[in-house]
Design a protein around this ligand. Structure first.
Ligand code: NAP
Ligand code: ZN
Length: 353
């Protein structure tokens, strides 16, 4: 075991602050990574504040962060994919059982024994739970380490590891392609990646936002149209026309308004995970055989596919780079929908703690 620097929360109401955490020495199949950038996902905030206590209660201290890019510093004897000096990335998962039908299909996100990057029981017992990327370094089994295309900026690539794959995966699963009409609800970290991917896949993209001030950005990011969701008449113009809508909203909102925008057999997928249950009217689904579903991140093969797609199309997140010392302020701004469009922490700032 060795010690490394991190930022952690010690309760649902405390601010994130400097701490020292243990990491395991790399075993045969492990890769040790010096973390260079880590994105700030709204899930980090939900988890730190224990807003998902019904489903995944938070164990403190909590070190969040699952949008990790960095440089390999050491590898175990059996590692074949990486060597010291390589760029590497880690997303929301650090292990799974490798034997279940989901793992065999490369859908590790559905493995009943998946280990998430933070706040999950640590199989190696280095600590009670796994600790995430708001840290100097991390040690991960090579199967869960991804390659970053060399043409991408590292600060902008970090958010691909969660916001990127979480939006890419359902767009692909639901067959978004040229000729499809696609809605993206909520222009935050996930939403802005959803717009970039849906546009790159050739769809006609409509952004729904509560922030009129984001209209120009939405068009620049690849939207064909922007609707301010409080404008009932503008919403009505799109009734029953969408093939697919991706809901990326982090707080309670009326999903029925979006169900009603789906065409016959259209699908609304929730990736946003608000604290409280959402109310759904059955009739919106029944009358046009519409469907409602959800989607968690994506498997390791699809995450690599997404990164390679980003390399090919030169896609990264639009980021505001912050030092770790500004992370509490960043959380406050997330709650005000004031992020353009992802905070990316420059981990060099942790060295001064
Ligand atoms: P974010 O950057 O904070 O963006 C959320 C956006 O939702 C805001 O920018 C805002 O967009 C909209 N919004 C916020 N409050 C709203 C309200 N009260 N009513 C309507 N719209 C509102 O968050 P994020 O990091 O993209 O994450 C979004 C959600 O996805 C979170 O719940 C997160 O936990 C979840 N998530 C899920 C997965 C998964 O695997 N399914 C993975 C990562 C994250 P406008 O200003 O445009 O309205
Ligand atoms: Zn995330």
């Amino acid at each position: 075991m060795y010690k490394t620097k991190a930022y952690s929360a010690t309760s649902a109401t405390s601010k994130l602050a400097s701490a020292t955490i243990p990491r395991r020495e790399p075993t045969d199949h492990d890769v040790q990574i010096e973390i260079l950038f880590c994105g700030v996902c709204h899930s980090d905030l939900h988890q730190v504040r224990n807003e998902w206590k019904e489903v995944m209660p938070t164990i403190y201290p909590c070190v969040p962060g699952h949008e990790i890019v960095g440089r390999v510093t050491r590898v175990g004897r059996g590692v074949t994919k990486f060597k010291a000096g390589d760029l590497a990335a880690v997303g929301c998962m650090v292990d799974s059982d490798h034997t279940c039908p989901n793992c065999k299909e490369g859908l590790e996100q559905f493995c009943p024994n998946v280990t998430l990057t933070y706040n999950f029981p640590d199989k190696h017992e280095t600590a009670p739970v796994t600790y995430g990327g708001y840290s100097d370094s991390i040690v991960v089994n090579e199967r869960f380490v991804l390659r970053v295309p060399s043409n991408l900026s590292l600060a902008g690539a970090a958010p691909l590891l969660c916001a990127g794959i979480t939006t890419y995966s359902p767009l692909r699963h639901w067959g978004v392609t040229k000729g499809k009409k696609v809605g993206v609800v909520g222009l935050g970290g996930l939403g802005h990646m959803g717009v970039k991917f849906a546009h790159a896949l050739g769809a006609h993209v409509v952004v729904f936002t509560t922030s009129p001030g984001k209209t120009e950005d939405a068009l620049r990011l690849g939207a064909d149209e922007v609707v301010v969701s409080r404008d009932a008449a503008a919403m009505q113009e799109h009734a029953s026309t969408f093939d697919f809508i991706l809901d990326c909203v982090s707080a309670n909102h009326d999903i029925n308004a979006y169900v009603n925008l789906l065409a016959r057999d259209g699908n609304l997928t929730l990736v946003g995970a608000p604290e409280k249950p959402l109310a759904l009217s059955a009739f919106g689904l029944i009358m046009a055989r519409r469907s409602l579903s959800g989607s968690p991140i994506g498997g390791i093969p699809e995450t690599q596919e997404m990164l390679d797609f980003c390399g090919k199309h030169n896609i990264t997140a639009d980021v505001e780079i912050i030092p770790i010392q500004k992370v509490n302020e960043a959380y406050d701004r997330l709650l005000k929908s004031d992020v353009k469009y992802r905070f990316s922490i420059d981990m060099a700032s942790l060295k001064s703690e």
